[in-house]
Design a protein around this ligand. Structure first.
Ligand code: GLU
Length: 387
């Protein structure tokens, strides 16, 4: 029997980030020492009090399904956090606990239909476009410019809007560029969304990693909460990538269809992981501050190393934990990334994984120890000198 994938899979490639992470793991399993700058995940261990809360949940038998939207106390804590930190006053009914990545997918499945256009940043996170496509829609890339610091400006968005536009995706701080958008950017995009009656999906997973400027949630702007789905989670700020817990905040009318997709797919987020997540929000926050300070130190180091290498040019990113340097070699970024992995044993993500606008760049996740950053940069410089 010939294997025939569903038509919706046509043109959907593997995730550039996850694929590089898998390749690194395979090399490591063969005994090769790999330095990992590919996947965006903190090298820190999950803070002890969070692990203990999940372990206690397991010991006490909290191992069954929960409500599809999540345990009430976690939803209440997320609602309270959204009001206090993000300026999004909401009730627990407007919160869905779900892995952040799945939540974005669920939102697409619920609101993007055949032929609908969704405006996505380019370079932008690897999965926005494929998720739009899988939902039946068409991603419309907004080509961001390095001279604008890769900000998704209202002018660029306005040029991409058409009568078929259904949704705009904003992501600040951005993966892969680390760009933090300004209040004026958000106000301009909000004007477009209100005028054209569009939905906004705001991916704020790096919200706690802003080194310069401040984090703004677009849902906090006038008239925006009713049309905005805000996505965030625990992975990046609490070093909980493997837990797969995050959330969506959206008004009740939008949340209903998203919850229906959750009921037909995940059912609910892992029960004991939710208890750990609750401890993350309710417990001491100094762990977040410590990791943040360390990420800032690493950012300054890696940007300095890249710019003094003579091989790259790198802006100083204002947020997240990615450097997005432009390289001088005239080679496709995929080829460079694959050679750096196989020959220098340093994993990083080719810029082209983030859209055509990322070609000529590499993404370096600097959520790794100073020692590894130093060794990795040494190896990159040696190898690229040879290429
Ligand atoms: N978001 C992380 C990254 O960009 C994890 C992998 C993924 O979801 O793409 O590396």
């Amino acid at each position: 029997m010939g294997i025939r994938v569903a038509p919706r899979m046509r043109g959907v490639a593997e995730s550039g980030t996850v694929r590089m992470g898998n390749l690194e793991r395979e090399l490591r399993a063969r005994g090769v020492q790999v330095i990992s700058f590919a996947l965006g995940e903190p090298d820190f261990d999950t803070p002890a009090h969070i692990k203990e809360a999940a372990a206690e949940a397991l010991r006490s038998g909290f191992t069954h399904y929960t409500a599809s939207r999540g345990i009430p106390e976690l939803r209440a804590a997320i609602a309270e956090k959204s009001a206090r930190e993000n300026g999004i006053p909401c009730t627990p009914d407007e919160v869905l606990v779900t892995p952040a990545k799945l939540g974005i997918y669920e939102a697409m499945m619920a609101f993007v239909g055949e032929g609908d256009e969704v405006i996505v940043p380019d370079p932008g996170w690897v999965s926005y476009g494929p998720m739009v496509g899988l939902a039946g829609g068409r991603p419309v890339n907004v080509r961001l410019r390095e001279e604008d610091d890769f900000r998704m400006t209202p002018e660029l968005v306005a040029m991409a809007v058409s009568p078929r536009t259904r949704m705009i995706i904003v992501n600040s701080p951005s993966n892969p560029t680390g760009t933090v958008m300004t209040g004026a950017d958000f106000r301009g995009i909000a004007d477009i969304a209100r005028d054209r009656d569009l939905l906004v999906l705001s991916d704020e997973i790096y919200e706690k990693l802003v080194y310069d400027g401040r984090h703004i949630s677009i849902a906090s702007l006038d008239g925006m909460q009713e049309r905005t789905i805000t996505s965030s989670g625990f992975s990046k700020s609490y070093a909980m990538t493997g837990w797969r817990v995050g959330w969506l905040v959206a008004p009740k009318a939008l949340m209903g269809p998203i919850d229906t997709i959750q009921q037909h797919s995940l059912t609910c987020c892992t029960s004991f992981a939710q208890k750990g997540a609750l401890a993350a929000l309710k417990g001491p926050q100094d762990c977040v501050t410590r990791m943040f300070e360390e990420f800032r130190r690493r950012r300054d180091y890696i940007v300095g190393r890249l710019n003094s290498s003579g091989l790259f040019e790198c802006r100083r990113p204002s947020g997240a934990f990615y450097a997005f340097p432009r390289y001088h070699l005239k080679r496709p970024s995929l080829e460079l990334a694959e050679r750096l992995l196989s020959e220098a044993h340093v994993g990083l993500t080719p810029g082209s994984a983030f859209g055509a606008g990322g070609e000529g760049y590499l993404r370096i996740s600097y959520a790794n120890s100073m020692e590894n950053l130093g060794k990795g940069m040494d190896a990159i410089e040696q190898a690229m000198g040879r290429f």
